[in-house]
Design a protein. Structure first.
Length: 504
């Protein structure tokens, strides 16, 4: 009798448990549907554009792996297939909250298309938002799995929504802006390089300090002008290139003529960094849709300072540090904080790059070579300041790969560094022209490092660039633009009679 009662109890318990388990499993669903599915034109739900991979190319296989594993695949490593285990699975039936999305067709494709995604469920209406992209309507495919898991656990997900009267019209316009920004980047980069080379050669041939300053200012000025053009809604590739060339050339030459060391140049650089940081904080969309800046369409950097811009701003930051004299530490702290803060630059790798450059300047401030104790103490102070900045950023809700890596301990940091070195090596080896540009740029920087007499600010720049090549994953951008920045700095301070202070 007792045995029968126990058996009935077990059966009833199992029967009661089954619906509960099924309900839990059916709380959130992810369904892949064709590109033309009616769900994407529904007035209900929350709509967005999905970036399905990182790099120049994407595939359906890589996009699906990124979706299920919650990690963005990079085109130059493993064919765009990210590592790790699958965190979610696809469903065939809708649930309380359902993610409908389209993926690329089979085969390899250029990563220039955003795919539709719509979420139906409680709290989802209008436009999708993401804590990873900071751009209303743009979603990284790697955020879907974490959002599903958080929704199932009753937590706040990375993918949320905001109300919009015409979400589909907004997304069509946004998609056009992203396409135009992509199309204008090659021309804008050619303008940037052409202006640096032209003014740099003029400075070398004439030994003119004014032309040297103009060449030095041309890189940050190009970035600032690209932000202004984006804010003004200038989007056509031809219009952007023409306006950037004329505007940046005029401003660079004017800056070279007017901004002499020490105070005028220092004030000019302060104004430049203040403008850039305010724009990145208040209007991140201007930067994301600019010809020079973040590259949200490629999946690598959605907002903030990318490796290209970080390299362009390194020399101006170090020159400002030299001009600051006794206030070097304060300038270093403010610049690095702006670069690292998740709501401004979000350039986590810039933490060690910029700190390394400023550290060299600080060690050179005494004139003679620093002793081992002084050097060790300076490194310790810089490391402590860096960790403090990361902790403050995390305390205010900031999130980046460096906050995750630091939170994971030394093993996670080492693994992240190894992954980036592997990614950089794979990128350099991916095409012969990338390898040639990288080798030529590194050779130029080594040649500058061997020149005498030595310039403190140039040494600091070269050290910062060397660190950047180790911790970042876009080696040709860093090496190419870094070599140009170093050559221009030498053309200005090494060839003219102008000096910043007693360090040079």
């Amino acid at each position: 009798m007792i045995t029968r009662i126990l058996a009935v109890g077990i059966v009833l318990a199992a029967a009661l448990a089954l619906p509960a388990q099924a309900g839990a499993a059916g709380k959130v669903a992810v369904i892949v549907v064709p590109l033309g599915a009616q769900d994407f034109s529904s007035p209900l739900g929350a709509h967005g554009l999905l970036v399905v991979g990182e790099g120049a190319t994407v595939s359906r296989r890589g996009a699906l792996a990124s979706l299920l594993r919650g990690e963005m695949g990079n085109a130059v490593v493993n064919g765009g297939i990210p590592g790790g285990e699958e965190k979610i699975s696809l469903a065939t039936n809708p649930a309380e909250t359902t993610f409908y999305l389209a993926l690329p067709p089979p085969g390899m494709h250029h990563n220039v298309v955003r795919y539709p995604i719509v979420v139906f469920g409680p709290g989802y209406r209008g436009l999708l938002t993401s804590s990873a992209t900071h751009l209303t309507g743009l979603i990284a495919i790697s955020d879907v799995a974490p959002s599903v898991l958080d929704l199932e656990r009753g937590k706040r997900p990375p993918i949320r929504s905001r109300t919009s009267e015409a979400p589909l019209a907004y997304l069509r316009d946004f998609d056009r802006r992203l396409t135009r920004a992509h199309d204008s980047r090659t021309g804008a980069l050619l303008v940037l390089v052409g202006l640096i080379v032209t003014l740099g050669l003029a400075a070398l041939l004439t030994r003119s300090a004014a032309l040297g300053r103009a060449a030095f200012m041309s890189a940050p000025v190009c970035f600032a002008v690209s932000l202004v053009l984006s804010a003004a809604g200038v989007t056509g590739a031809g219009d952007v290139v023409l306006a950037l060339a004329l505007g940046a050339a005029a401003l660079s030459v004017t800056a070279g003529a007017l901004l002499r060391p020490r105070l005028p140049l220092a004030l000019g650089l302060v104004a430049l960094f203040a403008f850039v940081f305010v724009v990145l904080w208040a209007e991140p969309r201007w930067n994301s849709l600019a010809a020079l800046g973040a590259r949200p369409d490629g999946g690598g950097r959605f907002y903030g300072v990318n490796n290209q811009v970080s390299t362009l701003l390194l020399a101006p930051a170090l020159v400002l540090g030299v001009l600051a004299g006794p206030a070097l530490a304060a300038v270093a702290l403010l610049v690095v904080a702006g670069m690292v803060a998740s709501f401004i630059g979000a350039q986590a790798d810039g933490l060690v790059v910029y700190l390394a450059g400023f550290l060299v300047l600080a060690l050179r401030a005494g004139g003679a070579r620093p002793g081992l104790r002084r050097a060790a103490a300076a490194v310790g102070v810089a490391a402590g300041a860096g960790l403090a900045l990361v902790a403050i950023d995390a305390a205010f809700g900031g999130s980046s790969h460096i906050t995750h890596a630091v939170g994971g301990g030394p093993g996670t940091l080492a693994g992240d560094l190894a992954h980036r070195i592997h990614l950089s090596a794979a990128f350099v080896a991916s095409r012969w022209n990338e390898a040639l540009l990288f080798a030529a740029s590194v050779a130029a920087m080594i040649g500058l490092a061997l020149l005498r007499p030595r310039l403190a600010v140039l040494d600091a720049l070269l050290v910062g660039l060397a660190v950047s090549l180790l911790v970042n994953d876009t080696p040709t951008d860093i090496a190419g633009l870094g070599a140009l920045s170093a050559i221009v700095l030498w053309a200005w301070l090494g060839r003219s009679a102008e000096r910043l202070d007693r360090l040079d």
